[in-house]
Design a protein around this ligand. Structure first.
Ligand code: HEM
Length: 385
């Protein structure tokens, strides 16, 4: 019995993964609640090669096991479903596909193609056969102009402003459609990028860039610092930070940063730790940090464990080539663009209450591209079909 409980506990840990692979429309507990317990435990048992768990003769034992692992349900009002990329956890690789359309593009047709993203995902990886190694969690976002043309009515304005500070600029690059997809098999993401671009009306794309990212040294940025220490960790807090309650939509920032790998290779740890505000080896927050350190800029102050002014679900990953350009593809999801504007203003010392101080992180990296997107909720996206 103890062994059985152990196995079932393991299965319990798989809950969020399982729910995401179910056509991936929502993640976390909200999806699980829609499946009956026998289906859930049967599916989990089969999916993990423990099919013997769900035989009639074991029914009583399984019922006991279910009640041992199933928390008492709390029926709170759930926000409308968001797209699968929005607050799900990271995978080994991500696709960032950034598309600019021609002014002559048939926007309604483009919208229709975007609304079918999940069917392309299911073509690349059959949801009935998928497991952790090849399941894909994807989402599509829209620039403000095209979203309006598609009849979208976002609750908030999400215009991305050009910014410049003493350590560099943040160009405003624009863009119409953006795909973010995550998978442990990078070739699946390549296939998805190809299929999606081919699904757009012929001749509608002006230019597009697809970037494939990777996990570096168990979650470090190419600067050697652990990236994500202060990220909201569990599904509930990620959903709260990333998802607009009434729509299931999310406001998203994407920025391409090219690192100065040469400088990173010779600069002293102590110096770079001052720039970031954390130690390099193990991401311990510095007790004393300067007002220009990245952590002080992002939290809004220099105090140790400063109360955060705003939050964001960061899903950034390293990308690039050793022989060419490499850096961080920054992507962050929030429930309101206010969070994004606060952080970008702080990075260049601008905005209302701007102090003119620039973020020291910009000493080791250069921003070459950036914009905001709105990732509509599932119901909003469906309207474009
Ligand atoms: C190449 C550019 C960047 C690099 C290398 C970088 C790296 C880091 C690192 C190493 C940390 C500390 C560990 C952690 O909590 O994750 C961090 C924290 C953070 N970064 Fe960045 N970052 C970059 C750009 C940005 C941008 C553009 C934003 C926002 C628009 C941002 C927002 C944050 C936030 C909110 C935190 C958490 C601060 C805290 O609560 O302590 N970062 N970043």
């Amino acid at each position: 019995m103890a062994a059985l409980r152990g196995s079932v506990r393991q299965l319990g840990k798989l809950n969020s993964t399982f729910s995401c692979s179910r056509r991936g429309l929502t993640t976390g507990r909200s999806t699980i609640s829609r499946f009956s317990k026998p289906l859930l435990i049967g599916g989990l048992a089969a999916g993990t090669g423990l099919g013997w768990l769900y035989k009639d003769s074991f029914k009583t034992t399984v019922d006991e096991a279910i009640s041992a692992v199933t928390p008492t349900p709390v029926f709170a009002a759930e926000p409308p479903a968001s797209q699968p990329s929005v607050f799900s956890q990271g995978k080994d690789h991500a696709l960032y596909l950034w598309i600019h359309l021609k002014p002559t593009a048939n926007v309604k047709e483009v919208g229709r193609a975007c609304a079918k993203l999940q069917s392309l995902v299911d073509k690349v990886t059959d949801p009935k056969m998928s497991d952790e190694s090849d399941e894909i969690w994807a989402g599509v976002g829209f620039g403000p102009n095209i979203y309006k043309q598609l009849g979208g009515n976002p609750k908030e304005n999400y215009t991305y402003a050009y910014r410049k500070g003493s350590l560099g600029e943040m160009p405003s690059s624009g863009g119409d459609v953006f795909i973010h997809a995550k998978c442990n098999t990078v070739s699946k993401l390549f296939e998805l990028s190809q299929l999606f671009l081919n699904s757009l009306p012929a001749g509608s794309v002006d230019n597009a860039e697809d970037i494939f990212s990777f996990v570096y040294q168990n979650g470090r940025d190419l600067s050697g610092f652990i990236d994500g220490t202060e990220n909201p960790a569990d599904d509930d807090s990620r959903q709260k930070v990333a998802v607009e309650k009434d729509t299931g939509g999310s406001y998203v920032i994407t920025q391409k940063w090219i690192h100065d790998l040469k400088l990173i290779s010779y600069e002293k740890d102590k110096t770079m730790e001052g720039w970031v505000g954390r130690t390099r080896a193990d991401s311990i927050e510095l007790k004393k940090k300067s007002n220009s350190s990245h952590v002080a800029r992002m939290t809004g102050g220099t105090n140790f464990e400063q109360k955060k002014a705003f939050e964001m679900v960061r899903q950034s990953m390293p990308f690039g080539n050793v022989t060419g350009e490499a850096g961080l593809f920054f992507i962050g999801y929030t429930a309101s663009p206010e969070n994004l504007n606060f952080m970008l203003d702080r990075m260049v010392g601008a905005g209302s209450g701007g102090d003119g101080v620039s973020d020291d992180i910009m000493r080791l990296t250069k921003n070459v591209k950036g914009t905001y997107w709105y990732f509509p909720g599932v119901a909003e996206l469906r309207k474009m079909a």
